[in-house]
Design a protein around this ligand. Structure first.
Ligand SMILES: Nc1nc2c(ncn2[C@@H]2O[C@H](COP(=O)(O)OP(=O)(O)O)[C@@H](O)[C@H]2O)c(=O)[nH]1
Ligand SMILES: [Mg+2]
Length: 289
């Protein structure tokens, strides 16, 4: 079994990468996703595309859920015997913690893809706001996608590449839009030293049930407010909603809001918000309009 860990900060493009990578492939693939909130959003995004996925919702696989991660991997291997296991840890997990769990689970070596947001990476890294999170990610990655190059100018992309190259000169660097790559993934290294510099990030998470058939304009207004900081410092927000205009997926990352028609009716309309100093009551009220 091939194992690939796809890591990156909240909103960098992990789910997008896996969706694009798996679509059209014939090998038997299972995605193990550790999402935020009670009802994980990414799991439903994968299953809407017919991608087999197993969810480990809430908590963080690099610490409190490490044991669950190990037993879940062992269960997946037994139950599905996949040819390829892709793991999407939550966007705050340190990859070193995931690699340690894989070692204990005995899956053999894994390759690690690190995804960074071309427009935001350098500033976030240099601000030190995220502690050693990025260092842990970059140092442990075999391939690094400098993603969202459509949103960044050439100097920003080149600065990100220089910085990544100085932290890990051995990683293969690729530029990407929508986390799409045109070359095969490199083989997993036979031996890996896990560099554990990482402390995982601590954010609050709020999950809110949204009214079914919410007005589309109201959901747009809610995401505008979220991205402008009306409900506290939002690092990431995502929602699956059956709106008055049909099913939609909403995403907010660093003040950008992205919405797209969803492939099918959503099981339960919901919103997950990740950040600091979140106004939980106001968020719950907003979801009931
Ligand atoms: N403009 C742009 N948006 C992107 C790109 N890659 C991903 N996105 C969007 O960024 C948001 C977060 O992506 P997602 O894959 O859910 O990130 P994750 O939290 O790391 O799993 C989604 O709205 C994506 O559609 C890209 O290359 N360019
Ligand atoms: Mg995701």
């Amino acid at each position: 079994m091939k194992t690939t860990v796809v890591c990156g900060l909240l909103g960098s493009g992990k789910t997008t990468f896996i969706r694009n990578f798996v679509t059209g492939r014939t090998e038997k693939t299972v995605v193990l996703v550790n999402d935020f909130g009670k009802a994980g959003i990414d799991g439903e995004i994968f299953s809407a595309r017919g991608i087999a996925s197993v969810e480990l919702p809430s908590g963080c696989v690099c610490c409190t859920l490490k044991f669950d991660l190990i037993t879940t991997i062992q269960r997946i291997v037994k139950q599905f015997s996949p040819e390829h296991l892709l793991i999407e840890p939550s966007g705050v997990a340190s990859p070193s913690g995931v690699l340690e769990a894989l070692e204990i689970a005995g899956t053999g070596s894994a390759s690690v893809i690190g995804i960074v947001d071309a427009a935001e990476f350098t500033e976030l890294y240099e601000s030190g706001m995220y502690g050693s999170f990025f260092e842990d990610q970059i140092v442990n990655s075999d391939v690094i996608l400098v993603n969202k190059t459509d949103l960044a100018d050439e100097p920003a992309i080149a600065a990100a590449e220089r910085l990544i190259g100085s932290v890990n000169p051995l990683a293969v660097l690729l530029r990407a839009v929508n986390a799409t790559i045109s070359i095969p993934l490199p083989e997993a290294p036979r031996h890996r030293d896990i560099h554990s510099s990482g402390r995982h990030l601590r954010f609050e998470t709020v999950s809110v049930n949204l009214l079914n058939r919410m007005e589309l304009a109201l959901v747009q207004a809610l995401f505008d407010d979220l991205s402008k900081g009306k409900f506290g410092r939002v690092v990431r927000a995502k929602a699956l909603v059956n709106t008055s205009g049909g099913p939609y997926r909403f995403d907010s990352t660093f003040g950008t809001v992205d919405m797209a028609r969803f492939e099918k009716t959503i099981e339960e309309s919901r919103l997950v918000v990740i950040g600091e100093g979140l106004d939980v009551d106001a968020l719950k009220q907003a979801g009931e309009r």
